[in-house]
Design a protein around this ligand. Structure first.
Ligand code: FES
Ligand SMILES: [Fe+2]
Length: 436
C-alpha cells in the first residue's frame, strides 16, 4: 500500500507535469527506434526465445480451477500447457505432453479428475505430475524408470488468485519479478477478486503495435475524444518506470470532468467496490505495464488486464479480462466487451478497445512499406521506449543485430525508486511567486 506522503508526492508531481514547458531536466533525448523491430522475423524470434520463454506470464485465475483436481489447458504462449489444481491443493503447470509418445494428456479446455490419463495408451499421472500407471508394464524393460517420466513441469506461481507461469526453470520467483508492484498492488485485493470475464480477439498486427496503444496518453484526446478523454487529463500524466521492465502511468481526471459521467462508466449499480483501494486508484487513471505483455488500469472497481499474445510476427491475440469483487446477483461485470451474436464467442470489443485497436492492421501494412523508417517518441511516450529497452536488455544486446537495437538511454536515474523530477519540482516551487 502507498502511505499518505507517497500519495501527496505523486499528486504534486502530476500537477507539476502540467506546468512543464519542455521534457524534465536531464531526461534523455530518445533516439528513433528502428522500424524493423516490428517487422523483422529475426527480432520476433529473439523476443520469443529470450522474453516470452523467460518472463512471468498471465495464465489465468483460480476461479477457472477452483477445486482440487480441476485443470485447464493453456496455450497462449505457444506450447500446450495444462494448469492443475492438485489433489494436495498446490497449483502446478505442466507441458500437456505425454511422456510416452507425445499425445495430449488433457483434451478438454477445462475439466476435473483425480488422475490425468493419456487417451492414447492410458499412461496415468497424479496431479503432481508423477507417472503412476503404465499399461502392459511387462513389455517395457524391467529397469524402466517411471520416476523420471513424470509430466515436465513449467514454473507456476500465484499472486493472490491470479495464476502466472514461466517457462524458465531458473527464473526468479514471481514476487521478486513484480518487485515494487507487489506492494503497490496490495490495495487492489488480488487475493479476493473473482474472474468476471475473459475473452480473446485476433488482431492483424505485431503484438507491440497493439500493446503500445495502451502505453501512452498522447493519443487519448485524439482517438478517444468521447470515451477516455473526459476521464484522463493527459497534461497531468506521470509515468514511472520500474525494474524488470514494468511501468505505471498515473493521470487525474480533467478539472472540468463531470463526475456523473465518471460514475456512469466506473460504477454500474450493484457492483461492489474494492474497499481497500486508496485515493489515487479512486480518483485517477492508474495503469500498469507488467512486462512483457500485460497492461491494466487498476481502480476501485476492477482489475481488468489487457494481455497481448504474439501469434506470429504480424498477428496478435488480445485477451480482455475483467476481475472484480463479488457482484452478487448482478450480471458479471465485463469492462472491455459487449454482446454480439455474430461473433464466434458472442462478444465484441467495447467502443474504447475498438478505438485503441482501429489502426493496428493499417499500421502493420504501413510498417512493412518503404515509408516506415523509424519511430520518434516523445517524453509522454517514454514508457514505450523503456519497454523496448527492457526487451533488448532481456534478449541481451550482444544477441541483437545493431540495426535492430535501441540505445539504452533511459538509465537507472529514471527508474524507481529514483525520481529526478522531484528536485526540479522543488526548484520550480521555490522560484514561483508566493500564492497570495
Ligand atoms: S502417448 Fe500417452 S500413453 Fe502413449
Ligand atoms: Fe487508448
Amino acid at each position: 500500500m502507498m502511505d499518505q506522503s507517497e500519495v501527496a508526492q505523486l499528486k504534486a508531481l502530476m500537477e507539476w507535469e502540467a506546468t512543464r514547458t519542455a521534457p524534465p531536466e536531464g531526461f534523455p533525448r530518445l533516439p528513433d527506434m528502428p522500424a524493423a523491430r516490428y517487422t523483422s522475423a529475426e527480432y520476433f524470434a529473439l523476443e520469443q526465445t529470450h522474453v516470452f520463454r523467460k518472463s512471468w506470464l498471465f495464465a489465468g485465475h483460480m476461479d477457472e480451477i477452483p477445486e482440487p483436481g480441476c485443470y485447464m489447458r493453456w496455450h497462449n504462449a505457444g506450447d500446450p500447457i495444462v494448469i492443475v489444481h492438485g489433489m494436495d491443493g498446490v497449483v502446478r503447470a505442466f507441458y500437456n505432453t505425454c511422456r510416452h509418445r507425445g499425445a495430449p494428456v488433457v483434451t478438454e479446455d477445462r475439466g476435473k479428475a483425480s488422475r490425468l490419463m493419456c487417451g492414447y495408451h492410458n499412461w496415468t499421472y497424479k496431479t503432481d505430475g508423477s507417472l503412476v500407471g503404465v499399461p502392459e508394464r511387462r513389455d517395457f524393460p524391467a529397469d524402466f524408470d517411471m520416476s523420471c517420466r513424470g509430466l515436465l513441469p513449467v514454473r507456476c506461481e500465484l499472486f493472490g488468485k491470479v495464476i502466472f507461469v514461466n517457462f524458465d526453470a531458473d527464473a526468479m520467483p514471481l514476487i521478486d519479478w513484480l518487485g515494487p508492484l507487489a506492494r503497490e498492488w496490495e490495495e487492489f485485493a488480488f487475493d479476493r477478486i473473482r474472474l468476471a470475464a475473459r475473452h480473446s480477439f485476433d488482431l492483424n498486427c505485431n503484438w507491440k503495435v497493439a500493446m503500445e496503444a495502451n502505453m501512452e496518453v498522447y493519443h487519448v484526446p485524439f482517438i478517444h475524444p468521447a470515451t477516455v478523454a473526459p476521464l484522463v487529463d493527459s497534461a497531468r500524466n506521470l509515468n514511472t518506470m520500474y525494474p524488470n521492465g514494468h511501468a505505471r502511468m498515473l493521470a487525474p481526471a480533467p478539472r472540468t470532468t463531470n463526475r456523473e459521467h465518471v460514475r456512469a462508466i466506473d460504477s454500474p449499480a450493484g457492483w461492489q467496490q474494492i474497499d481497500s483501494v486508496g485515493e489515487l486508484g479512486r480518483t485517477c487513471t492508474q495503469s500498469y505495464t507488467l512486462f512483457p505483455n500485460w497492461v491494466s488500469p487498476l481502480s476501485n472497481f476492477f482489475v481488468p488486464p489487457l494481455v497481448f499474445w504474439p501469434t506470429s510476427l504480424t498477428t496478435t491475440r488480445l485477451e480482455l479480462v475483467t476481475m472484480a469483487l463479488d457482484w452478487g446477483d448482478a450480471p458479471a461485470p465485463d469492462l472491455w466487451t459487449v454482446p454480439d451474436d455474430r461473433q464466434p464467442n458472442g462478444r465484441q470489443m467495447s467502443p474504447i478497445i475498438l478505438e485503441d485497436t482501429q489502426f493496428g492492421e493499417a499500421i502493420q501494412h504501413s510498417m512493412q512499406s518503404a515509408a516506415f523508417r523509424s519511430v520518434p517518441l516523445s517524453y509522454q511516450e517514454a514508457r514505450i521506449y523503456a519497454f523496448h529497452q527492457s526487451l533488448d536488455a532481456m534478449i541481451g544486446e550482444g544477441n541483437i543485430p545493431s540495426e535492430l537495437r535501441v540505445e539504452q538511454v533511459i538509465g537507472e536515474a529514471w527508474v524507481w525508486p529514483s525520481e529526478p523530477r522531484l528536485a526540479q519540482m522543488e526548484r520550480d516551487r521555490a522560484a514561483a511567486p508566493h500564492p497570495g
